[in-house]
Design a protein around this ligand. Structure first.
Ligand code: OOG
Ligand code: MG
Length: 263
């Protein structure tokens, strides 16, 4: 049940998207709208997506967030959320990204899935996700909450498109058939130093389970994941802040790596 009017939802979408596009931070929106619920928050997120589509940007997939204990503890929240990914969020592997594009960027080590078949819920499972997956890639998500000091509650972060901002995928594509994504080791390096390590199972027991949960959540609003969708399954470890001059790399066992530099 939504508690906000259509005008309030559109106003909040404009407020949060302006903060993203003009790189300024804002206070969490539940301070002004304490009664708003998850449905209101996803409605705000959807309007932000529509605003981008109207400007000619393309929807290329989704991201799951807050899917590992490391992330839930870091952010002080306790359940997974999703956001959408547009083609304008994609950054080329090994390229240099200006930090002026962000408010306070952080990098996360993730596994990205690309689908060859459509997935729709309810009732999506790990097995259905794996059989619909074309390939996986190591990836770096660059998150950038629009909220001051990255302080938010679940409702506020959902409306803010789950802090989505940019992402990089590795240039090696790997079919899932020969991989055990639960035990795959993942290393996050900044400037050549290992800063976080983890395994795929940190994400809801198995990264494909994160995709299954996304599909089941999308089914609640009648949406599905079309073939070709790219999905980030959620950070395996805590997110780390980056600044100009930093270089971040994610390596995943048997899957190659993804790198991005900040200037
Ligand atoms: C919310 C987004 C979390 C992840 O992979 O856990 C996320 C945030 O921490 O700002 O993308
Ligand atoms: Mg993430």
């Amino acid at each position: 049940m939504t508690t906000l009017s259509k005008e309030q939802i559109e106003g909040l979408a404009e407020h949060l998207e302006s903060a993203q596009l003009q790189c300024f931070d804002v206070t969490k929106i539940t301070d002004e709208h304490p009664a708003m619920d998850f449905e209101d928050a996803y409605a705000v997120q959807k309007v932000i997506q529509q605003r981008k589509l109207e400007r000619g940007d393309q929807l290329i997939g989704y991201k799951m967030g807050l899917t590992s204990r490391a992330k839930m503890e870091q952010m002080g929240v306790d359940s997974p959320v999703y956001g959408f990914l547009m083609s304008s969020f994609e950054v080329q592997e090994s390229s240099a990204v200006p930090v002026s594009r962000f408010i306070h960027p952080r990098v996360e080590a993730e596994i990205a899935f690309v689908l060859k078949d459509e997935l729709s819920g309810p009732g999506c499972t790990v097995a259905k996700v794996l059989s619909a997956t074309d390939f996986v890639m190591p990836s770096i998500e660059i998150i950038d909450s629009r909220y001051r000091d990255f302080k938010f509650d679940l409702t506020s972060v959902i409306a803010d498109n789950a802090s989505s901002s940019a992402f990089v995928t590795g240039s090696t594509v790997v079919p899932v058939a020969g991989l055990d994504l639960g035990t795959v080791g993942v290393v996050l390096e900044i400037n050549g130093e290992v800063v976080e390590v983890g395994a795929g199972a940190a994400v809801l027991g198995h990264p494909a389970n994160s995709i299954a949960q996304l599909v089941n959540m999308l089914a609640e609003t009648g949406e599905s994941l079309p073939a070709g969708s790219l999905v980030l399954s959620g950070a395996i470890t805590a997110a780390l802040p980056v600044k100009a001059g930093d270089c971040a790399t994610v390596r995943a066992h048997g899957m190659g790596s993804a790198t991005v530099r900040f200037v």
